[in-house]
Design a protein. Structure first.
Length: 74
């Protein structure tokens, strides 16, 4: 396995499920899934399609869950 790792930012979608995106110098990979399992499959598929013709392919994919929490100040 090579050391190239992609990091996807994962956020809960307003309508349910999750969205995930990964910014690369040559563009953006973005996808979504209704469940965590579906999101994992969709991310793998999107990465596979994006790097289909690349000589170097990622060895790992990291899913980084982000969720903004808004607090009342007073």
């Amino acid at each position: 396995m090579n050391d190239l790792e992609l990091v996807f930012r994962v956020r809960p979608a307003e309508e349910g499920g999750f969205t995930a995106d990964c910014r690369l110098p040559e563009g953006l990979i973005a996808t979504q899934g209704d469940s965590w399992e579906e999101l994992e499959a969709m991310v793998k598929d999107a990465v596979s399609c994006h790097f289909a013709d690349a000589k170097v392919k990622p060895g790992r994919i990291r899913l980084h869950m982000t969720e903004d929490r808004i607090l009342e100040a007073a």
